[in-house]
Design a protein around this ligand. Sequence first.
Ligand SMILES: NC(=O)c1ccc[n+]([C@@H]2O[C@H](COP(=O)([O-])OP(=O)(O)OC[C@H]3O[C@@H](n4cnc5c(N)ncnc54)[C@H](OP(=O)(O)O)[C@@H]3O)[C@@H](O)[C@H]2O)c1
Length: 251
Amino acid sequence: MNSLKRVVLFGATSAIAEQTARQLVAQGASLYCVGRNRDKLTALIDDLKVRAIDHQRIYGCVADLTDIAQHAHLIEAAEHILGGIDSVLIAYGTLPDQKACQLNASMTRQEIETNALSVINLLTLLANEFENQQRGVIAVISSVAGDRGRQSNYVYGAAKGMLTLFLQGLRNRLAKANVDVVTIKPGFVDTPMTAKFDRSGLLWAKPEQIAKGIIKAMQDGKSEVYLPWFWQGIMLIIKHIPELIFKRMSL
Ligand SMILES: NC(=O)c1ccc[n+]([C@@H]2O[C@H](COP(=O)([O-])OP(=O)(O)OC[C@H]3O[C@@H](n4cnc5c(N)ncnc54)[C@H](OP(=O)(O)O)[C@@H]3O)[C@@H](O)[C@H]2O)c1
């Protein structure tokens, strides 16, 4: 089982990451939490410190992660403060307004930058660190949306699909260095990101449930996990619908 004693969370104030942080602290982890919103991050760190016991270290750092010039420094600071890194979880992201993106090329580019290119920048730096230390876990929250492009969210889907494919290659490279690369693919999760949707159906999950699945996948060194599990079956069907039919569907 992989050690999750010293963990770095990028996008720590996301609802899913917050729940993951709480569960990790309950299991004895020390955390370095990077978040964009200072107030939310302060509240999170205060909450985690109350839950932690003496030897656990809980640190926070404010950063906009599209500012890629900060990435190397953030990794260095986390390593220094935690005394090494066992694992990272990259959890930040935005859900673009698909219709607005269709009318605005620079908004589309910005969304791809946030959800894919900035993450890939971070992963490139992290991969070299983890390859050198010859152990550890790199986990990233992608999405079921990255499995197939759909008219209702293909900007987001394309960014997540790029991440999924990048992680697949990275996993193949880092397996030789004893580093696990874990792709997390949640379905519909009840978080601020999805606040504008009707979240009452059976397919909706709570962030606590997703957090539990993320930690288990990281500990077990899984390659790809669908969360909750039933999305694997749903996406298997969706991926296999012939394009001739799929392009006529309103999804
Ligand atoms: N909710 C779902 O149904 C669902 C499904 C599949 C995958 N996911 C993925 O799960 C992850 C977590 O999302 P969530 O559902 O927990 O939503 P959330 O609570 O809205 O979290 C998104 C987080 O990303 C942060 N963020 C956005 N841009 C950033 C930037 N440039 N730099 C640093 N942080 C930035 C936000 O920070 P601020 O607080 O400053 O805005 C926020 O904390 C995302 O990658 C999302 O794509 C979510």
